[in-house]
Design a protein around this ligand. Structure first.
Ligand code: CO
Ligand code: ZN
Length: 331
């Protein structure tokens, strides 16, 4: 699974610009589903059709997009000003590198600051792509870039710029590979534009009309020095979401996942996330409503260029979803 993860996390795909990541996933899932389509917004949909009458339509969603930056102005010396795409902090930008769709790499610099006691702001930052004028600057207004960092392994921990949510995409692909027999119709949605307000998942759910849905995304942990007060820890297993700031998971789905985790002896932990939400939020309120929950991957340093997950949690998430889908679901 690690070569797949490396490929996914190093790919380019800031929100609204998911095509390179989508092509990659499409190649990985070739032959694994009964049909594959791209919907009008760009969500990649792969469906394994229902095998039994009693089966349910189960939607699994993971977002392809990542946070990034967009050029808003290029000055006469060829320095590009930018705005964030999604929840980027100016604090983690300085000295970082970004990569554009065509492979152009830029370094994020900062103006001289007289008062360094306050946080840097985006209007003090610029991207240096090595240009000397607006004319020879290879990037223009509206060009989007993702952060540029290589994938690293530290024992069971994996670090990359876009674990959020390529690790969810990797989990979905592994579920597709691992699913031997299921009575259910399984609808895999690799969604667009999650990081700018969960915009892709709602329309995809409207089209798929699932009976229930799970989003697979990262969640925060409470196990770093003076971090958020939160029970989830890295290496503590797949996290079963009870609530986040955008949704309350359907209690029947929480109960189902906890029961299956216990039966299958799969390491799992409960999640209550104070800040942040996932694709399950718009899915839950699509059409007449869809019972929804979330299998989360614990992740440290979220929305920095060095997001960290633990391979054991990733594997537990795959196992929990496969184990659940191979058995009957009664809500
Ligand atoms: Co995110
Ligand atoms: Zn995410």
């Amino acid at each position: 699974m690690k070569p797949l993860i490396k490929k996914l996390v190093e790919s380019y795909g800031p929100s609204g610009h998911e095509d390179q990541t989508r092509d990659l996933i499409r190649a990985e899932i070739k032959g694994l589903a009964d049909y594959v389509t791209v919907d009008p917004l760009g969500n990649l949909i792969a469906v394994i059709k229902k095998k039994s009458k009693s089966g349910k339509k189960v939607m699994l969603a993971a977002h392809m997009d990542e946070i990034g930056v967009m050029v808003s102005h290029v000055d006469s010396k060829g320095f590009a000003r930018f705005v964030p795409i999604g929840g980027v902090s100016a604090l983690t930008c300085v000295g970082g590198r970004v990569r554009f769709a065509d492979g152009t790499v830029g370094v994020i610099g900062i103006e001289k600051r007289d008062n360094t006691s306050n946080l840097p702001s985006f209007d003090q930052l610029f991207i240096d792509v090595g240009a000397t004028s607006a004319e020879n600057c290879p990037v223009k207004v509206g060009d989007a870039a993702g952060f540029h960092r290589s994938f690293e392994e530290m024992g069971t921990r994996l670090v990359a710029k876009s674990m959020d949510d390529r690790i969810g995409c990797a989990v979905l692909i592994e579920v597709m590979r691992g699913l031997k027999r299921t009575p259910h119709e399984v609808q895999f949605a690799f969604t667009v534009q999650e990081e700018v307000g969960t915009r892709g998942a709602g329309p995809s759910a409207f089209g798929l009309e699932p009976d229930l849905a799970l989003s697979v995304d990262v969640t925060r942990t409470g196990d770093t020095p003076k971090g958020v007060r939160m029970e989830v820890s890295l290496g503590g297993g797949a996290a079963i979401k009870v609530r986040d700031s955008g949704m309350i998971a359907d209690p029947r789905i929480v109960a189902l996942l906890e029961q299956r985790a216990a039966e299958g002896k799969i390491l799992a932990q409960r999640e209550v996330l104070e800040g942040g939400t996932t694709d399950a939020k718009p899915i839950q309120v699509s059409r007449i409503g869809v019972p929804s929950g979330c299998v989360s991957i614990p992740c440290r340093h979220i929305h920095t260029p060095s997001e960290m997950v633990d391979m054991r949690d990733v594997q537990a998430a795959v196992n929990l979803i496969v184990y659940t889908l191979e058995r009957a679901i009664e809500l």
